[in-house]
Ligand binder design. Structure first.
Ligand SMILES: Nc1ncnc2c1ncn2[C@@H]1O[C@H](COP(=O)(O)OP(=O)(O)OP(=O)(O)O)[C@@H](O)[C@H]1O
Length: 309
């Protein structure tokens, strides 16, 4: 399948000599949800801005729907909806007019039925005659999405869609994103929230200091890097583990009250039973056992070396 967005060897150095992006190559398939995860200043917004034609690249190229974003700017821009981080529209305008105007600005013919459909989908229809300043922060966010969808784009960019919104609205946004994908819209979102990427993305890209460190199917990523840990609570605290257990990947934690065993279930399906037998033979009594899946956060930390993206 031809990718809807094709990024080749993209680089951006700002005028003062700061390199925000280097050698990014990435294909984005039609109808997927791609999450770009990265810390502050990683280059996420710069990358989106180049694709949208707002910022010029220093090197490399980007095409949307087979058209170059510089040479065919009008064509590519008409295929894209961008939900920015902040509201910049006239606060005294009504919701309905704001979204209608936005469609007009993109040179599309009026389509009241379509506008009604998106406002209803975003639970904004009841508020269509309210001015933006009368809306709550969450509703203003929805208006931004409605504006970005006003010209029926094929690709939707969401720049940190849920930063600072409450849990309920975050859930609503996630289901909306999934609904949009079901209608064939390709969605690229940037986020600081690992759980957001984990919840809604089909693929996850990790970007740091202007480089794309990894881009992978979410499920494959979790499988590949996501080992498991078994936590064994001990009946009696221990100072150290006996030498006969050296062959196992064990760590003594919680001041000697817990053993942590790192393992990959597929690699050795019989390992857990063998470990329990080895512990029993060594006279180590266990009071409780639990397991946990290595999370995307662990993967992120191992790549970026920082806990807060
Ligand atoms: N117009 C500009 N001139 C100079 N440097 C810039 C400009 N815009 C962005 N930068 C720098 O480029 C780097 C990447 O910024 P960008 O906004 O793309 O990051 P980001 O990943 O979107 O970050 P955040 O998560 O904080 O929004 C930052 O160091 C930023 O200071």
């Amino acid at each position: 399948m031809t990718p809807i967005i094709s990024i080749k060897n993209l680089g951006k150095t700002y005028s003062k000599g700061f390199t925000a992006l280097q050698d990014i190559t990435l294909d984005i398939e039609e109808g997927e949800i791609l999450a770009l995860l990265g810390p502050n200043g990683a280059g996420k917004t710069t990358m989106i801005s180049i694709i949208c034609g707002i910022v010029n690249a220093t090197s490399g190229s980007v095409s949307v729907g087979g058209h170059d974003v510089v040479k065919d700017f009008r064509k590519t821009r008409s295929m894209i909806g961008l939900v920015p981080q902040e509201l910049t529209t006239d606060q005294f305008e009504t919701v309905l007019n704001t979204v209608r105007f936005s469609r007009g600005l993109h040179g599309c013919k009026a389509n009241p039925a379509y506008i009604e459909r998106i406002l209803r989908a975003l639970s904004l229809w009841e508020k269509r005659n309210s001015t933006l300043r009368e809306l709550s922060g969450g509703m203003k966010r929805r208006v931004l999405i409605a504006k970005a969808l006003s010209h029926e784009p094929k690709v939707l960019f969401l720049d940190e869609p849920t930063a600072g919104v409450d849990v309920a609205l975050r859930r609503d946004m996630w289901s909306l994103v999934k609904e949009l994908r079901a209608t064939g819209v390709t969605i690229i979102l940037t986020t600081h929230y690992i759980e957001e990427a984990e919840e809604i993305a089909d693929r996850i890209g990790i970007i740091n200091k202007g480089s794309l460190l990894l881009v992978e199917e979410k499920a494959a990523l979790m499988r590949k890097l996501g080992g498991k840990q078994m936590l064994l609570d001990l009946a009696e605290p221990m100072k150290s583990l006996p030498g006969r257990l050296d062959d196992w990947k064990l760590t003594l934690t919680q001041e000697g009250r817990q053993i942590v065993y790192d393992y990959t279930p597929q690699a050795d399906p019989g390992a857990l039973m063998k470990l329990l037998t080895a512990l029993e033979t060594s006279g180590i009594a266990v009071t409780d056992i639990s397991t946990r899946q290595t999370s995307l956060e662990d993967i992120f930390v191992s790549l970026i070396g920082d806990k807060t993206p």
